[in-house]
Ligand binder design. Structure first.
Ligand SMILES: Nc1ncnc2c1ncn2[C@@H]1O[C@H](COP(=O)(O)OP(=O)(O)OP(=O)(O)O)[C@@H](O)[C@H]1O
Ligand SMILES: [Mg+2]
Length: 277
């Protein structure tokens, strides 16, 4: 059985009579050790999907099963990197990561936990900032703490909601390489949300596009049948990359042309949809 199985998941927001179905019939299977990227436009429901898989929110209908068990809440089996960092503001960078490690590895002696935190903070180049609080960091630095925190928990599955979106190109590249190295070493299951098609091609085994909303749903999977490691420098010249990029963007552009007024109620609130990919 697949490690993660979503079966016809639907989710609406709003009150009775003004409900908008954001996600409809989202079905997906992710194998253990697989790296899957979901690529979707802004406002399509990516964070909503992550929140449901993380166990922070329930689907209206449909099921989410991880490792054979229905998701009923949050769990240490999932390391989540949220889009908005979600760090504890009154704790230092070091403590933010340490608290997660304490939760994930309660049996470890204190020195081992601290070494572990140091390793991951060095990995994201934040060791010099270890005593700062989140408010003293740039957005990109906060995101790196959130990435370090999730990685340091060494969860079975990494669930990442646009983890590198706020980073400069250099840091993004470094963290993408680190993520692939860690994934390759440990073969954890990774589900990554991104709106960057090239990032998905660089990292994932499989890309699943999420259509424009409302009533967004997953499109046909696109297998990234390219050898690893994938050198980013030559990606833009690679014919396979062009073909994959076209497959994803064609689906997304096509999904945008669907009739726009598919809300369940009378809501006319425009969705926060970004530029067409
Ligand atoms: N708590 C909420 N109550 C009502 N509507 C919501 C709520 N959360 C999200 N929405 C709406 O649901 C839709 C999907 O939101 P979501 O944040 O999941 O999109 P997203 O794909 O993550 O967008 P982005 O790429 O900008 O992060 C949007 O139209 C948003 O306005
Ligand atoms: Mg989002």
């Amino acid at each position: 059985m697949s490690y993660l199985v979503l079966d016809r998941v639907c989710k609406s927001y709003g009150t009775a009579g003004k409900r908008t179905e954001v996600l409809t019939n989202v079905s997906l299977s992710v194998e253990r050790g697989e790296f899957v990227a979901i690529v979707g436009p802004s406002g399509s429901g990516k964070t909503t999907l992550v929140a449901m898989i993380a166990g922070l929110m329930k689907p209206d209908s449909g099921t989410i099963v991880i490792d054979g068990k229905k998701v009923k809440g949050t769990g240490l089996d999932r390391g989540v990197v949220f889009q908005n960092y979600s760090l504890l503001p009154w704790f230092s960078v070091f403590s933010n990561v340490l608290l997660a490690v304490e939760q994930a590895c309660p049996d470890w002696p204190a020195p081992r936990r601290k070494q572990h935190v140091e390793r991951y903070l060095r990995m994201v180049n934040l060791w010099p900032a270890r005593d700062k609080r989140p408010a003293e960091l740039s957005g990109g630095m906060r995101q790196r703490v959130a990435v370090a925190r999730a990685l340091a928990m060494e969860p079975n599955m990494l669930l990442m909601d646009e983890p590198f979106g706020a980073l400069d190109a250099l840091t993004r590249g470094t963290l993408q390489d680190e993520l692939i190295r860690i994934w390759d070493d440990n073969r954890r299951t990774v589900l990554m949300i991104t709106n960057d098609v090239d990032e998905a091609i660089l990292l994932a085994d499989r890309i699943v596009p999420l259509s424009f909303g409302p009533q967004a749903t997953l499109g046909p999977e696109i297998i990234v049948d390219m050898d690893r490691p994938r050198p980013r420098q030559s990606l833009h010249r690679n014919a396979d990359v062009k073909r994959l990029r076209n497959s994803v963007t064609e689906y997304l552009v096509h999904s945008r042309r669907k009739p726009a007024s598919r809300s369940l109620g009378s809501s006319t609130t425009p969705l926060g949809i970004g530029a067409a990919p």
